[in-house]
Design a protein around this ligand. Structure first.
Ligand code: Q9C
Ligand code: ZN
Length: 341
C-alpha cells in the first residue's frame, strides 16, 4: 500500500526525558521511523511524500491558540531567557486555577502540557506539522479510492487533545485523519487504537460526538501511562454517549487475552457500521518493548492486520508508539502486509 513518509520527522529529536527519576535518552527516537521506512520499502510498499495540506485543516481538531503556542514555544523559551529543551515543570492540579492561561512561557507550558516527557526542540514544529500532513495525506489517498494507506507519523499523536500535549505527542494525527475523512464526505468513522497506551487525546476530541466511534485496547491506567484516562466506565457523553469503548488489559497480557479483547472491539465497530476506519497503530504491545508490559510476539502482528482488514473498510493506518527499535519495522510491516493480501 502507499506509505506516507518524509525525512522531516528527523528534525524532532527530544534528547533526554525524565523517566522514573532519571534523565534518560528519549525512547521516541528518529531511528524508529528509519527502521519502519526500511522495512516497508523492503516489503514493496510505495513510499510517497506528504502533500502541502493547508494548516487551516488542523483547526478541525485543535484549538487555534494551542497550534500557535506549539509553533512558537521554542522561540519564546529562548527569548524569555531559558536554555536547552522546552520542558514544563508545573501543572494546574486540583485546587489550582485551570481557567488562567499565564502570560509567561513556564505558566503557558503548564497550561498546555500534561506531562514532562514531551520536549520541544528547535525542529519539533516542522516534524509535528509534517506528521499531521502525513496522516491527512493518507486520509486523502483513501478518500480518493485506495482501500488502505499508511502514515509513518513521527512524532506520534494519540495522546494530544484539542488543546493539550503530552506522551511524546503534539498534534493528534489519527484524529486529523478521521476528521479529514469526514470532511471529504464519509458520514461515520471508527477509530481503533491498538497502541499499548490509552489514546486519551483521541477520546477527548471525539468524546461528545456520534460521527466518530473511538475504541481502545490498552494497558490498565490503574498502573500504566497515562494513568488518568482510559477506564472501562468512560463511554462518551451527550450525543457521544456509547461512542467510546475502553478495554483496559492488565500488565502481562499475552495473545489469547489480547485477541479476545480485539474481538470485542471489532464487534463494536461492526455494530456501528462506519464508512471508514482509522487505526492508531502502536506496536509497543510487543514483548520486548522497553516501556510497556504486554507480551505480543512478531507473529501476532500479521494476525492483528488480518482481523482489521477483515472489517472490509477503507482504512487509514497511523503510526503511534513502539520503542523496541530493532523489531519495530517488521512488526509494522506485519500489520500492513495483511492488508495487501
Ligand atoms: N513511567 C506513545 O506510545 N512516558 N506514548 C511514560 C512511565 C510516556 C507513550 C513514563 C509514554 C508515552 C505514543
Ligand atoms: Zn504507546
Amino acid at each position: 500500500m502507499k506509505a506516507v513518509y518524509t525525512p522531516l520527522h528527523a528534525r524532532h529529536e527530544g534528547g533526554f526525558e525524565l523517566y522514573r527519576g532519571q534523565l534518560v535518552p528519549t525512547f521516541e527516537t528518529p531511528d524508529r521511523a528509519e527502521f519502519i521506512r526500511a522495512a516497508l520499502a523492503a516489503a514493496g510498499h510505495e513510499l510517497v511524500q506528504p502533500r502541502e495540506i493547508p494548516e487551516s485543516r488542523l483547526l478541525g481538531v485543535h484549538d487555534a491558540e494551542f497550534v500557535e503556542f506549539l509553533r512558537g514555544a521554542y522561540a519564546r523559551w529562548h527569548s524569555e531567557g531559558r536554555q536547552g529543551h522546552v520542558i514544563p515543570s508545573g501543572f494546574p492540579a486540583r485546587g489550582l486555577r485551570r481557567d488562567r492561561r499565564p502570560r509567561g512561557i513556564s505558566g503557558s507550558l503548564g497550561y498546555y502540557a500534561f506531562d514532562a516527557s514531551t520536549p520541544i526542540v528547535a525542529g519539533t514544529w516542522d516534524a509535528v506539522l509534517a506528521a499531521a500532513r502525513s496522516a491527512m495525506t493518507a486520509a486523502a489517498i483513501v478518500s480518493e479510492g485506495e482501500p488502505a494507506a499508511y502514515a509513518l507519523c513521527r512524532p506520534p499523536g494519540h495522546h494530544a487533545a484539542r488543546s493539550t500535549y503530552g506522551g511524546y505527542c503534539y498534534l493528534n494525527n489519527a484524529a486529523l485523519a478521521a476528521q479529514y475523512l469526514l470532511d471529504e464526505g464519509r458520514r461515520r468513522v471508527a477509530v481503533i487504537d491498538v497502541d499499548y497506551h490509552h489514546g486519551n487525546g483521541t477520546q477527548e476530541i471525539f468524546w461528545e460526538r456520534d460521527d466518530v466511534l473511538f475504541v481502545s485496547l490498552h494497558g490498565d491506567p490503574e498502573t500504566e501511562y497515562p494513568w488518568f484516562l482510559g477506564y472501562a466506565d468512560e463511554r462518551g457523553a451527550g450525543r457521544g454517549e456509547g461512542h467510546t469503548l475502553n478495554l483496559p488489559l492488565p500488565a502481562g497480557t499475552g495473545w489469547d487475552e489480547y485477541q479476545a479483547a480485539l474481538d470485542t472491539a471489532l464487534d463494536s465497530i461492526r455494530r456501528y457500521a462506519p464508512e471508514a476506519l482509522v487505526v492508531s497503530l502502536g506496536v509497543d504491545t510487543f514483548v520486548a518493548d522497553p516501556i510497556s508490559s504486554f507480551k505480543l510476539e512478531g507473529r501476532h502482528y500479521p494476525l492483528i492486520g488480518a482481523l482489521l482488514a477483515d472489517l472490509g473498510l477503507p482504512t487509514v493506518l497511523v503510526q503511534e508508539g513502539g520503542y523496541a527499535v530493532a523489531e519495530i519495522g517488521s512488526n509494522v510491516a506485519g500489520v500492513l502486509g495483511a492488508f495487501a493480501d
